[in-house]
Design a protein around this ligand. Structure first.
Ligand code: DX5
Ligand code: ZN
Length: 218
């Protein structure tokens, strides 16, 4: 049986109530929280940084796993502040750094897990050399920057290729994933599913999370 972990992205939630929204997602069965950090430079949008993460950690307690999706131009700059704020995993973009090897080492030394993300225009062959050193690969299924965009099904070959090459690697998909696209992601081999608007804007997030978690692959 296929069981994926579900990490709601709180980008589309009421940002003035972020602590409560995170608690609500965990109560509805989320396995982890996917927190989207945008700097207005790597992507054309701004969200929040480590001071907000520190407050969320204090609000929600030590347990929920924070997967930081760092859509920032200088990912090196925020490793230590994010670790100190209580982040569990630091997912940076391959496109944002010239020295992924060094960054991977710094993230590990700070005590966090390592995620490596690629935008739709980046090939999976570019990620492959680092796959043995990371905990999770993030295959973006929209152009990063905004919630509520359409799922790019043509990214699925990247996921299946990675799954074939690296059977035990965590593979996350992010962007436009919901009840209509989850099957594609599951079939390709993704085991960490980010879902923003489909979960957060639903009247019944608990049912949507349960549905995403228990996909049956024929
Ligand atoms: C996009 C973000 C995603 C996104 C997910 O730049 O990285 O996490 O907000 O939201 P949906 O599921 O609405 O695309
Ligand atoms: Zn994200």
């Amino acid at each position: 049986a296929y069981t994926a972990k579900i990490g709601p992205s709180i980008l589309s939630s009421d940002l003035s109530q972020l602590g409560g929204e995170c608690e609500r997602m965990m109560e509805c069965g989320a396995d982890y929280l996917h927190l989207d950090v945008m700097d207005g430079h790597f992507v054309p949008n701004i969200t929040f940084g480590h001071p907000m993460v520190e407050c969320l950690r204090r609000c929600i307690g030590p347990d929920p796993f924070f997967d930081m999706h760092m859509m920032v131009s200088r990912p090196e700059q925020w490793v230590k502040p994010m670790a100190a704020a209580g982040a569990n995993q630091y997912t940076f973009h391959l496109e944002a750094t010239t020295n992924p090897g060094n960054l991977i080492k710094e993230i590990r030394e700070s005590g966090m897990k390592v995620g490596l993300a690629i935008k739709p225009g980046t090939t999976v062959e570019e990620l492959a050399p680092w796959a043995g050193q990371i905990d999770m690969a993030l295959v973006m299924t929209v152009e990063p920057g905004f919630g509520g965009q359409k799922f790019m099904e043509d990214m699925m070959p990247k996921v299946s290729w990675l799954r074939g090459q690296f059977p035990s690697l965590d593979i996350e998909v992010d962007g436009g994933v919901g009840p209509d696209s989850i099957h594609r992601c599951a079939e390709a081999g993704a085991n960490m599913i980010v879902s923003g608007s489909a979960v957060v804007s639903s009247d019944d997030p608990r049912s949507v999370i349960a549905l995403l978690k228990n996909v049956v692959i024929e």
